[in-house]
Design a protein around this ligand. Sequence first.
Ligand code: SF4
Length: 76
Amino acid sequence: MDNNENVFSNSKITVTYAPRCCTNAGFCAKQLSSVFRNSVIPWIDLEGAQTDVIINQINKCPSGALKYHLNKKEVA
Ligand code: SF4
């Protein structure tokens, strides 16, 4: 079993998933199934929705298993 953190990136955002933290409540897959996919590998498809939609969903993760950072530098 792979307990390492999973990292997914596109040009705009990097998303990390820590399986040990995931409580499997399934919010992400139920609410945004175009990105968080139960039965496909890789299970996170960052092309499945707009970046702000993905961020909004990650912020709802109850366990903190999903985290993200934007790849471009923040504008001061
Ligand atoms: S929302 Fe978070 S805790 Fe729930 S299944 Fe997705 S990654 Fe796991």
